[in-house]
Design a protein around this ligand. Structure first.
Ligand code: ADP
Ligand code: MG
Ligand code: ZN
Length: 608
């Protein structure tokens, strides 16, 4: 087998050259200094005088007789080495030999060190230096490298019961989800009960649902209830710049988890790493795919009976790789949907327990007016109400704080000092009454709860709030039509009274079009197409974006059908308003005066 040699490393070469330079410099500069430092330089006459004065003891001459080194007694009586440049002096030898004190003289021994020393110094020593330096640097570099990459260390935090402080009691509603998770908790406490029958727990459970419905909260509650180690990590923490690091983190996470089993591993927002592979042509992402592949491998690798349960949460289940969802991986899907009426009441109560509430608060009214709100919205409403109570100088939250904060969460804060001209104010009043009147005069439409023309920070200049009498899960074709008619009611009133149209209806138009479109393409409520799916929803939990699944001719026909529906609804609205013109004027006058009408006030004026 051919051996793969690593390409020569540049750093090593640099060390080598560096070391050579240092040695060269040492030889050239330092050594002569050391050598010569021992000799005092004197001139030739001084040397001759020293001989005459019998102070010289020893003389050495260079081979070319250019340089003379000698040892003499100096003025203080100490022996000292001197060097001098020789003069052409044929008598020198005679002088030396005839000197009274017997001078020993000789040639300077060739100063070259022994070949062995030369070899040692010029080859072996540099090698040692290089080797040492290399080791030192590589060690330090390696440490730094490891630090930077934090290879093989996932930063999953381990939660135990006390640390999240959350239990199932903190999660209101979501009973099905709690039940499913309860089973997992139960298994981890008493696996015997399950293994006796031969049941294995699902390896993974995936919490899916819209944002803010309490998925993360549920996982934290599981951590609090299970009393086993709970590893919690967010999908985004696996996203790394370097290919392979994310995968290493996954590996480490599961290694830790198997060591600590029984335990729970929770991956929040798993769609960050779990996205469908090979999507999007050239934008392939090796790192992400590797991480996902590693996750899939690890999930296959661990045994459900060992007691490692994988929990994950996402609000984009449609974007997950199918391999993640197949049986044996996340084989249990736990829907965490938006709360229904009872759920909203329960959530309001859970959060209200943490603030000072007046006894007269009716949570049901609030829950009714917040259809479609998530648990996070409701928690926010309670908090906004508490803040408002403080602002009002109260020491408990009243119903009106809650009602106002519902509007704050839905439409933003009131803009009290927004300068709106009387003319525009009048137009807005007619627009809103147009909505309300069309709603009230249709049998299939939800009752009006509140009408207001106080502008909001969200940009709304006024709005009409309708609240269903009871929780609705289905929408009939008639109700859908009534809803579209109500949406067109505002514009219809503008046209009838002012004979013009304004930009104020933009939001109504958007909503009406969306609903009409859905009726044609998804709900099978049009005569032309019947029960044919012409659009598919790409992400049910986030905005409900859709993609057309029909030919362009059909798309054109769909547009026509949508236009037809809205035209029909608009005509209905215009007719209703024409038939109730006097009420329209009367109600608009009241609204202009009071700025806000409650549902009861509205009905009173309408009926009386
Ligand atoms: P998700 O992870 O589904 O986006 P979270 O679990 O982060 O939502 O929820 C956000 C916040 O909303 C929670 O901290 C909690 O205060 C509140 N909340 C959501 N659902 C519930 C619920 N069912 N009961 C109580 N509080 C809830
Ligand atoms: Mg979350
Ligand atoms: Zn409107």
């Amino acid at each position: 087998m051919p051996k793969h040699r690593k390409p020569p490393k540049r750093p090593l070469l640099i060390y080598y050259i560096g070391s050579l330079l240092v040695i060269l410099l040492f030889n050239m500069l330092i050594m002569p200094l050391i050598m010569n430092g021992r000799f005092a330089e004197v001139d030739y006459s001084t040397f001759l005088r020293a001989i005459e004065e019998n102070r010289v003891q020893q003389v050495e001459m260079s081979a070319d007789t250019q340089e003379i080194r000698y040892v003499a007694v100096d003025n203080n009586g100490r022996l000292q080495s001197y060097v001098t440049v020789a003069m052409p002096d044929p008598n020198l030898l005679e002088r030396l030999s005839s000197s009274e004190n017997e001078i020993r003289f000789s040639r300077i021994k060739p100063t070259q060190p022994s070949p062995i020393m030369t070899f040692l110094f010029s080859f072996i020593l540099p090698l040692f230096i290089i080797f040492g330096l290399g080791r030192l640097f590589s060690k330090r570099f390696q440490a730094r490298w490891e630090g930077a990459m934090s290879f093989g260390k996932s930063n999953a935090r381990i939660y135990v019961e006390a640390q999240t402080g959350k239990t199932f009691a903190d999660v209101a509603g979501q009973d099905e989800a709690k039940e499913a998770l309860q089973e997992i908790v139960d298994f981890l406490h008493d696996p015997e009960k399950y293994t006796r029958i031969g049941a294995t727990l699902p390896k993974g459970a995936l919490l899916v649902g819209p944002p803010g419905t309490g998925k993360t909260l549920l996982a934290q509650a599981v951590a609090g209830e299970a009393q086993v180690p709970f590893f919690s990590i967010s999908g985004s923490e696996f996203v790394e710049m370097f290919v392979g690091v994310g995968a290493a983190k996954v590996r480490d996470l599961f290694k830790q988890a198997t060591e600590k089993a029984p335990c729970i591993v929770f991956i929040d927002e798993i769609d960050t790493i779990g996205k469908r592979r090979g999507e999007g042509g050239f934008s392939g992402n090796d790192e992400r795919e590797q991480t996902l592949n590693q996750l899939l491998t690890e999930m296959d690798g661990f045994d459900g009976r060992k007691g490692v349960v994988l929990l994950a949460a996402t609000n984009r289940p449609e974007s997950l790789d199918p391999a993640l969802l197949r049986p044996g991986r996340f084989d249990r899907r736990i829907p965490v949907e938006l709360p229904d009426l009872a759920g909203r009441i329960a959530i309001l109560k859970v959060h209200a327990a943490k603030v000072n509430m007046s006894e007269h608060v009716d949570f049901e009214v609030i829950a009714r007016s917040t259809a479609g709100a998530s648990g996070a919205d409701l928690a926010n409403i309670i908090n906004e109400a508490a803040l408002r109570a403080v602002r009002m100088g109260r020491d408990a939250v009243e119903q009106e704080d809650l009602e106002e904060s519902v509007e704050v969460v839905i439409a933003g804060y009131q803009r009290k000092n927004a300068a709106i001209s009387p003319k525009e104010k009048e137009l807005i009043a007619y627009h809103e009454i147009g909505h309300a009147l069309v709603a009230a005069k249709q049998t299939n439409s939800a009752p009006v709860h509140k009408i207001t023309i106080i502008p909001r920070t969200s940009g709304a200049l006024g709005y009409t709030m309708q609240v269903e009498e009871d929780e609705r899960y289905l929408l009939t074709k008639e109700e859908a039509m009534a809803r579209i008619a109500t949406l067109t009611g505002g514009r219809a009133a503008e046209e009838l009274i002012f004979n013009s149209s304004t930009t104020g209806a933009a939001n109504d138009i958007e909503k009406a079009t969306k609903l009409a479109r859905a009726m044609v393409t998804r709900y099978g409520m049009s005569e032309e197409f019947g029960m044919v799916a012409l659009e598919t929803v790409t992400n049910p939990y986030l905005g409900g974006d859709t993609t057309l699944t029909c030919s362009s001719e059909t798309a054109a026909a769909v547009d026509k059908a949508v236009i037809e529906i809205i035209r029909k609804a608009h005509a209905t609205a215009v007719n209703i308003l024409k038939d109730n013109m006097d009420k329209l004027h009367e109600l608009a006058r009241h609204l202009l005066q009071k700025e806000t009408l409650t549902g009861e006030e509205f009905m009173e004026i309408l009926n009386g």
